[in-house]
Design a protein around this ligand. Structure first.
Ligand code: ATP
Ligand code: MG
Length: 402
């Protein structure tokens, strides 16, 4: 698929901009702070309804404006070789729900999520390797949602249940010493809800991680010129120890494991007022040559690993799982059976960080993609293999070069 039009009104630094794109390579070039990342952020927003840089929408609205509008036209190839376009209008503002229109008709965000698939690699991604588990959980969850958009509802419902259960445990912890007013049967009800949703989250994440792993290993080899084996393991907080991937497991078994783990930690949870087990405490462990990447990998290796995670996501979305790697919920891939799943690829400020050899290698890897957006401060940072359309970005004005 590809984005053929993007128009922004009061989005970030842009008052108004209308852009037309072709499939293939598009570069946004300009000095620092001129609005290049704002453009790829807008495309990412169309795809995920979130920004890769900020957790809330408020900073996305131009300072002084009440709302921003991101309008895009997305072209998707059909199985019969024809193309279908859809126009997506998203109005976002601080403190209110997005207003979404699909081809002019009001629509719900959750119904249009997945209309555009995208993979964005940005310097912030280094924290996928070096940072806290939270970033890695979000990475896996976002990939789950791109594959199967309905999972967005499961993730947000799970978060809601964790918040409410935590509030209940906190209120119980507050009564420590005096007679607790917490009715334990209320907690049992929340445990059952949590276990059901937790099992769905865990199974989806396991399936996606298992399917992603071979692509990560391959991408890392390619990016790093065969230096070391990159591996991923999903570490669940419901197991006491890190265990090798248990393989596909039925929903009921995972749900029962979560309930058993909750029973084991209940006393501790009541003491501490915290929800101690569940996918909100899980992690994606990254290893390089058998050692944890976090804490051991060099800067360059961490960078290559982060890049490999994104390139692998791109390949998984484009091609689906390598045969035999689906683990657990196979219908993850069936649910979004729309044609042309190949995502739009965005590389923000990536090439300046790489030496000449790695630049060439990465450029060769991404050149065949249907649509690639690249940002760079100077034209020389865009490798020759990625010659294509160029837009100059200066003071939130965008002009077609050449
Ligand atoms: N809500 C907003 N309202 C107005 N201006 C904003 C808003 N959010 C960000 N900006 C401005 O946008 C500019 C940053 O744009 P962007 O991040 O796209 O730069 P860039 O071209 O990618 O730069 P770099 O090369 O440094 O990455 C900054 O000048 C910032 O002040
Ligand atoms: Mg930038």
């Amino acid at each position: 698929m590809y984005v053929s039009h993007l128009s922004l009104t009061d989005f970030r630094s842009y008052h108004q901009v209308d852009l037309t794109f072709e499939p293939g390579i598009t570069a946004f070039v300009g000095p620092n702070g001129q609005g290049k990342t704002n453009l790829v952020e807008a495309i990412g927003y169309v795809s995920t309804f979130t920004s890769h840089r900020v957790p809330s929408d408020a900073p996305l609205v131009r300072a002084g404006a009440a709302a921003a509008v991101v309008r895009s036209r997305i072209v998707r190839a059909q199985d019969d070789g024809s193309e279908r376009a859809l126009v997506l209008d998203i109005q976002l503002g601080s403190g209110r729900h997005n207003r979404v229109k699909l081809n002019g008709s009001p629509s719900r965000a959750r119904d249009v999520m997945g209309a555009l698939r995208s993979v964005l690699f940005a310097p912030e991604d280094l924290s996928l390797v070096k940072g806290d588990p939270d970033g890695r959980r979000k990475f896996v969850d976002a990939l789950c949602v791109q594959i199967t958009p309905r999972l967005a509802g499961v993730f947000s419902e799970y978060d809601r249940v964790v918040r409410q259960r935590t509030a209940l445990l906190k209120s119980a912890a507050g009564f420590r010493g005096s007679r607790s007013t917490l009715d334990l049967s209320t907690l049992d009800v929340w445990d059952a809800k949590l276990a059901e949703l937790a099992a769905r989250v865990i199974i989806a994440r396991h399936a996606v991680v298992a399917a992603l792993t071979p692509y990560v290993a391959e991408s890392y080899r390619e990016v790093s010129d065969d230096q070391g084996a990159a591996e991923l393991t999903y570490r669940s907080s419901i197991d006491d120890e890190v265990q090798p991937d248990p393989g596909p497991r039925p929903f009921e078994a995972v749900e029962a494991d979560v309930l058993a783990a909750l029973a084991r930690v209940r006393r501790k949870e009541l003491e501490r007022g915290l929800c101690l087990v569940g996918p909100h405490r899980d992690d994606l462990v990254l290893t390089l040559g058998g050692l944890p990447a976090k804490g051991y990998a060099s800067h360059g290796e961490s960078w290559s690993f982060a890049l490999a995670l994104r390139l692998a996501s791109y390949q998984l979305l484009s091609n689906g799982p390598v045969d035999g790697t689906v683990n657990g919920e196979a219908d993850l891939w069936v649910a979004d059976s729309g044609p042309d799943g190949e995502p739009v690829l965005m590389l923000d400020d990536v090439f300046a960080e790489l030496d000449a050899k790695r630049r060439r290698r990465l450029a060769t890897m991404v050149a065949p993609a249907r649509q690639v957006f690249v940002t760079a401060a100077v034209p020389g940072d865009v490798p020759e293999q990625l010659a294509g359309a160029r837009f100059d970005v200066l003071a939130a004005e965008v002009s077609r070069a050449g």
